[in-house]
Ligand binder design. Structure first.
Ligand SMILES: NC(=O)c1ccc[n+]([C@@H]2O[C@H](COP(=O)([O-])OP(=O)(O)OC[C@H]3O[C@@H](n4cnc5c(N)ncnc54)[C@H](O)[C@@H]3O)[C@@H](O)[C@H]2O)c1
Length: 384
């Protein structure tokens, strides 16, 4: 590849993205304002590449390592053709960094942000040439997760989105295009996986272990919602839910749960803290699920119907194309099946029966079915 790639922020995501770019053939400049973070990124990349070389997955680790420069001066980004920002998730800081980097790079340098939850349009607005800005949302760990959400801002130049999509494919990624709306695709569509599981548990319909069992055993997910929330960490998962809820002007569909908020307040952040919904400390008793396949089916169908509803509504609102919505969930978060495909297999009638049943019971807006499902059901249409 002919151009130099710059990465701003040498944390978990920046280091992973730098590795992906180097493995795709680019020379990469990794800039962090913190010298210790830049040094740590170099050390961990060296270790990772060494391991990959030992496993025969890459050739010479040293040769690959020579593609990187780790710097603490933003000026070193001046010759880059693409700069991807992966710094702290704060709009004011990102805006400042974008306006600064724009004064350093050439006029045709593309500027991308890896933000998970901020508006790409707001970040672009900090630039005098906002048409060169877009979102490239990688998933953690970036070298292993194939999905990249490509997010054009309102100001992004026509053509840049497709060019970025082509580049991400060339980097071996699976790019999907998402509209610049809260949570993009994955962090929006996945909300009911957590939210509805929490609701079922809080109401006492089933305990955590039984809900997890329903989602793994009956629905085929790799991890149940409580295990997954503990794995992600409540400092991340709860905060994403709260941000999405606020960004959607408090739509009750995304309402966070008090049980999860309390875990965060207690510092029971999940697996990394030794405690979360489950107790991971040495010798702690394990919770056993209730063996009730009929209950497992009821739980999994309720959560899946809510997920399908979210995906259908995202399609209806033009957040992404149907194929991209399904790719995002299967390749970004390893769902066993795309949600729209799942709906085709179940029928819109079945999904609507579950959602309308919930709506009639609760009289809550949270359970409103997407108009798209009703329209499709009326004419017997399928997504694919
Ligand atoms: N961690 C994830 O799972 C994940 C997934 C997708 C996207 N993201 C997004 O990626 C971005 C980075 O996340 P992370 O988990 O890698 O964070 P991190 O805390 O691991 O790393 C951030 C790095 O940015 C550096 N930094 C902060 N402010 C800076 C500045 N003004 N100039 C230069 N360097 C600066 C810090 O020193 C740190 O090394 C965030 O926007 C986050 O929302 C994170």
């Amino acid at each position: 590849m002919e151009y130099l790639v710059g990465v701003i922020g040498a944390g978990a995501m920046g280091s992973g993205i730098a590795q992906v770019a180097a493995m795709a053939g680019h020379n990469v400049v990794v800039y962090d304002m913190d010298a210790a973070a830049a040094a740590q990124s170099r050390t961990s990349l060296e270790r990772t590449l060494q391991k990959l070389a030992e496993k025969g997955k890459i050739g010479d680790a040293g040769a690959l390592m020579s593609r990187f420069r780790f710097v603490t001066e933003m000026n070193a980004l001046k010759d880059c053709g693409l700069v991807i920002e992966a710094i702290v998730e704060r709009l004011d800081v990102k805006k400042r960094v974008f306006s600064e980097v724009e004064q350093i790079v050439a006029e045709d340098c593309i500027l991308a942000t890896n933000t998970s939850s901020l508006s790409v349009t707001s970040i672009a607005a900090a630039c005098s040439r906002p048409e060169r800005v877009l979102g490239l949302h990688f998933f953690n760990p970036a070298p292993l997760m194939a999905l990249v959400e490509v997010i054009p801002a309102v100001q992004t130049a026509p053509g840049l989105t497709d060019a970025a999509k082509t580049l991400m494919s060339a980097w071996g990624k699976i790019p999907v295009i998402a509209r610049d709306t809260p949570g993009f695709i994955v962090n929006r569509v996945a909300r009911p996986f957590y939210g509805e599981a929490l609701r079922i548990c809080e109401e006492g319909i089933a305990d955590m272990a039984t809900i997890d069992k329903a989602m793994t055993e009956t629905a085929g997910f790799r991890m149940g919602p409580f295990t997954l929330m503990d794995y992600i960490g409540h400092d991340v998962n709860y905060v994403v839910t709260e941000t999405v809820f606020q960004s959607f002007f408090y739509d009750p569909r995304y309402k966070p749960s008090f049980s999860q908020k309390r875990l965060l307040e207690a510092g029971w952040l999940g697996r990394k803290a030794g405690r979360g919904f489950y107790d991971y400390r040495e010798g702690a008793p394990q919770q056993e699920p209730v063996h009730d396949p009929a209950l497992w089916t009821a739980i999994s169908e309720r959560i899946i119907a809510m997920l399908i509803n979210e995906a259908a509504d995202a399609l209806y609102l033009n957040i992404a194309a149907a194929a991209d919505l399904d790719l995002a969930m299967t390749r970004g978060v390893n769902y066993p099946k795309g949600l729209l495909q799942w709906c085709d297999e179940w029928s819109t009638e079945k999904v609507l029966a579950i959602l309308d049943g919930l709506y009639n019971d609760y009289h809550e807006d949270r359970y409103r079915a997407s108009i798209l499902l009703r329209k499709m059901n009326a004419i017997g249409a399928k997504f694919f």
